[in-house]
Design a protein around this ligand. Structure first.
Ligand code: F3S
Length: 642
C-alpha cells in the first residue's frame, strides 16, 4: 500500500486502531513539550501518576508565556517547573531562551518522530517533518508517563505547492491563502500535508510558519516532507545526525487535494477579527497604522528577522507608529546582535522585547483605543491584544516592517531592494540556557511555592453512592460557567483548591460551599452541559468538591471526556422529563454503580427524598469503563504502566 507522510508516521507509531479515517486510534509519543501557562498543571498531573522518570525519548519544558512577573505566582510556577523537570528527566528551557516552538524547531525536533505539546501551536514541528500535535496537559502528562495518545484517525489533505514565491511575498502569505481557501473550520479532523515542487523552494522556518498556522484551520496538525532542505537546516544546527528522509510514496493517496501556485501569490492580510478573513494588502488599501508587532511562534525566525532588519536599515519608524520586535529565540537574538542586524532595528526606532510570547499572549503592548495594529502573529480574535476596540491585522514580517516605516499598510513587493538573505551555514549554537535533567534516582527537591497545590485524584469507583443534588442548572452551561477563567484567576491554574471556590459560581455562588458542607454529591443539568473550551479545570474543580456524577439532558463532547478522565460519571436522562422531577438538595442513591459502569449502558437512580426512581444512560468505550472503574485517567495510566 502506498502511504503519505501522515500515514507513514502514524503507522510507525500505532498502538491501537485500524487507521481508518474517523475511527479512534492511539499512537506512541516520542517527544513532549510544555510551556509555563499549561505546563504547571501538566507536571502536577505527571507527579500524580507517580512515575519517577519520563518514558519519552525527549521531553522539554519551556518558560515563554508568563514572563512578566507582576506577582509571585508566575515566578513560583517557574521555580516549580524548573525543579520538577530536573527531578523527573525533562529538559528545562529557562526564561529568555525563547518561544517553545521556535526553540524546539532549532534544538530538539526530529523528522519522523511524534511530538505532543500542551500548546495549540505545537504543529509548528511539522515544518521539520514531525507529526506534532497540540493537546491538554493531562494528555501530555500521560504521554510523558509512557501512555499512548488517542485521536481520531484524520483525513489527509494534500496541498500541492507549485512554482516559486515572488520577491517579498512570504510563507505567511501561503498560509493566509490556505486559510482563505479552507477557512478556520476547514481542517477539523484532518492533517494538512504539503507536497509538490514548490516545497523545495521553502526553508524549514518558512515551512514552520505554515504548519504553525495550520492550528488556525482547526487541523489535527500539518506536515512537510523531511528532505535535503531539512538536512541542511539540521546540519546548520549541528544536528545532522537527527536527520532522516520522510517522503510520501509516489502513488500515495489523499482524501482531498488543493493546488496553490506560489508564483501567483501576493502579500495578504487577515482582517479583524478572524485569521481566515483574508484579503490582499492592495485591496485593503493604505490604512493608517498605530502599532506594528513582529515576532511570535509564527514569524520570529532568523530569516524573518533578517528580512525585517533589511527593510528597516537606514530608515526611521513613522512618527505615529509603535514598532515592537520580539525575536523568537536567544539563538536568533544573539545572531542578530553579532551581525549588526539588531543595531539596524534599534537605529530605526524599533523597541526590542524579550524573546518570549509577549504581546501575542497579551503580556504587555496592548495597543491604544481603536488602534490599527499589524501583527505577524497567528490570531487576531477580538480583545486578544488586550484592547477590545483594537483592529488587528495578521501580516508577514515583510509587510509589517515596511508598514512601520511608511505609517500605513504597505505592499512589500513595491520595494526596490533585493530580498535575498543567505540561510546561515552554521547557526550560533549555545544551549547553556537549557538545564539538563538530573540523573535517575536523584534527590532533587521539588520547590512548591504557596501557589502550587496538589492535583486532585479520585478514588476507585464505589459499589454504590449516595449524595445530594447540589445544584440544578439550565441548558447550555459553558466551561466558563463551571470554571471561570478571568485575568484574576489565571495565575491560579496550579491551585485547584483555590479555583474550586469559584466553581459554577456564575450560576450559584453558594454551590462550592454547599458541596463542601455535604461532602460532595451530584450536579443536575440541562442540554449541552460543558460547551466551550477543553478546559480540564472544569472537571477538576468539581472533582475537588467531591462531585460523584453529573446527570444532564446532554453533554458537550470534550467536557464529557474530561469528566470521565477525572472519574466523574456523565449520565444522561433516559427521559428528559425526569429533569423536572428533581429539586435541589434531593437525596439521590445509585446502587450497583461499579457493576453498571463495567457492564451496562444505563442504571437506575433512586430519588429517596421523593420516593421515586428514574433511568439514566451513559456511553463509554471499553477503555473508558476501565478509566471510570479506576477513578480517572491518572489512576488508569498508573495501573497500565505497572
Ligand atoms: Fe506564544 Fe503566541 Fe505562540 S502565545 S506559543 S507566541 S501563539
Amino acid at each position: 500500500m502506498f502511504l503519505n507522510i501522515t500515514q507513514k508516521i502514524i503507522k510507525s507509531h500505532l498502538v491501537s486502531g485500524n487507521m481508518i479515517a474517523g475511527e479512534e486510534i492511539s499512537i506512541k509519543i516520542d517527544q513532549t513539550l510544555t510551556q509555563d501557562s499549561t505546563g504547571t498543571m501538566a507536571y502536577l498531573e505527571f507527579e500524580a501518576i507517580g512515575i519517577p522518570r519520563v518514558k519519552t525519548k525527549r521531553s522539554v519544558a519551556y518558560i515563554d508565556h508568563n514572563t512578566l512577573q507582576s506577582g509571585f505566582e508566575n515566578a513560583d510556577d517557574h521555580k516549580y517547573i524548573q525543579t520538577v523537570t530536573k527531578k523527573h528527566g525533562i529538559y528545562f528551557s529557562r526564561p529568555g531562551n525563547g518561544i517553545c516552538h521556535q526553540v524546539h524547531l532549532e534544538r530538539f525536533g526530529i523528522p519522523g518522530q511524534t511530538l505532543l505539546g500542551s500548546d495549540s501551536h505545537t504543529p509548528t514541528g511539522g515544518g521539520l517533518g514531525m507529526l506534532a500535535i497540540g493537546a491538554g496537559g493531562l494528555d501530555v502528562a500521560v504521554a510523558m508517563g509512557g501512555g499512548a495518545y488517542y485521536i481520531t484517525m484524520p483525513k489527509v489533505v494534500k496541498v500541492n505547492l507549485v512554482g516559486k514565491l515572488k520577491p517579498w511575498v512570504a510563507a505567511k502569505d501561503i498560509i493566509l491563502e490556505v486559510l482563505r481557501l479552507l477557512t478556520v473550520k476547514g481542517g477539523v479532523g484532518k492533517v494538512i500535508e504539503y507536497s509538490g515542487e514548490g516545497v523545495k523552494t521553502l526553508s524549514v522556518p518558512e515551512r514552520a510558519t505554515i504548519t504553525n498556522m495550520g492550528a488556525e484551520l482547526g487541523a489535527t496538525t500539518s506536515v512537510f516532507p523531511s528532505d535535503d532542505i531539512t538536512k541542511e537546516f539540521l546540519k546548520a544546527q549541528g544536528r545532522e545526525s537527527d536527520f532522516s528522509y520522510i517522503l510520501p510514496d509516489d502513488d500515495a493517496a489523499y482524501d482531498e487535494e488543493i493546488t496553490i501556485d506560489l508564483s501567483k501569490l501576493v502579500p495578504l492580510a487577515a482582517k479583524p477579527h478572524m485569521p481566515d478573513n483574508v484579503d490582499t494588502v492592495k485591496n485593503i488599501g493604505k490604512i493608517k497604522v498605530d502599532q506594528v508587532a513582529i515576532g511570535s511562534c509564527t514569524n520570529s525566525s532568523y530569516m524573518d528577522m533578517m528580512k525585517v532588519a533589511k527593510i528597516l536599515k537606514g530608515k526611521t519608524v513613522a512618527e505615529d507608529v509603535s514598532l515592537v520586535i520580539s525575536p523568537g529565540s536567544r539563538q536568533v537574538l544573539n545572531m542578530l546582535s553579532q551581525n549588526g542586524a539588531l543595531a539596524d532595528m534599534i537605529s530605526a526606532g524599533a523597541r526590542i522585547l524579550e524573546t518570549a510570547c509577549g504581546p501575542c499572549i497579551g503580556m504587555g503592548q496592548s495597543p491604544k483605543t481603536d488602534a490599527i495594529s499589524l501583527r505577524t502573529f497567528n490570531r487576531n480574535f477580538e480583545g486578544r491584544s488586550g484592547t477590545k476596540s483594537a483592529q488587528v491585522y495578521l501580516v508577514s514580517p515583510e509587510t509589517a516592517a515596511l508598514s512601520a516605516i511608511n505609517g500605513y499598510l504597505s505592499d512589500p513587493t513595491e520595494l526596490d531592494i533585493s530580498n535575498e538573505i543567505e540561510m546561515p551555514e552554521k547557526f550560533l549554537i549555545n544551549d547553556n540556557m537549557v538545564v539538563e535533567p538530573a540523573p535517575e534516582n536523584n534527590d532533587v527537591e521539588v520547590v512548591r511555592g504557596p501557589n502550587i497545590k496538589e492535583y486532585p485524584v479520585n478514588g476507585k469507583l464505589e459499589m454504590s453512592v449516595t449524595g445530594k443534588a447540589l445544584i440544578k442548572v439550565e441548558d447550555n452551561i459553558t466551561t466558563d460557567h463551571i470554571m471561570p477563567s478571568n485575568a484574576k484567576l489565571l495565575p491560579f491554574r496550579s491551585n485547584v483548591p483555590y479555583l474550586s471556590n469559584f466553581c459554577l459560581a456564575p450560576c450559584d455562588d453558594k454551590f462550592p460551599e454547599r458541596a463542601k458542607e455535604n461532602g460532595g454529591g451530584f450536579i443536575i443539568a440541562g442540554s449541552n452541559y460543558g460547551q466551550g473550551s477543553s478546559r480540564e479545570h472544569a472537571a477538576l474543580a468539581p472533582l475537588y468538591l467531591g462531585i460523584k456524577g453529573v446527570i444532564a439532558k446532554s453533554f458537550a463532547r470534550i467536557h464529557m471526556a474530561n469528566l470521565i478522565n477525572s472519574g466523574i460519571l456523565p449520565m444522561t436522562f433516559a427521559d428528559e422529563a425526569d429533569y423536572d422531577k428533581i429539586d435541589m438538595m434531593d437525596t439521590l442513591v445509585i446502587d450497583n454503580l461499579l457493576d453498571s459502569v463495567k457492564n451496562d449502558n444505563s442504571l437506575v437512580v433512586k430519588n429517596v427524598t421523593k420516593g421515586t426512581e428514574f433511568k439514566v444512560n451513559f456511553a463509554l468505550s471499553d477503555r473508558q469503563r476501565d478509566i471510570m472503574a479506576l477513578g480517572g485517567l491518572l489512576n488508569y495510566t498508573k495501573e497500565m504502566s505497572k
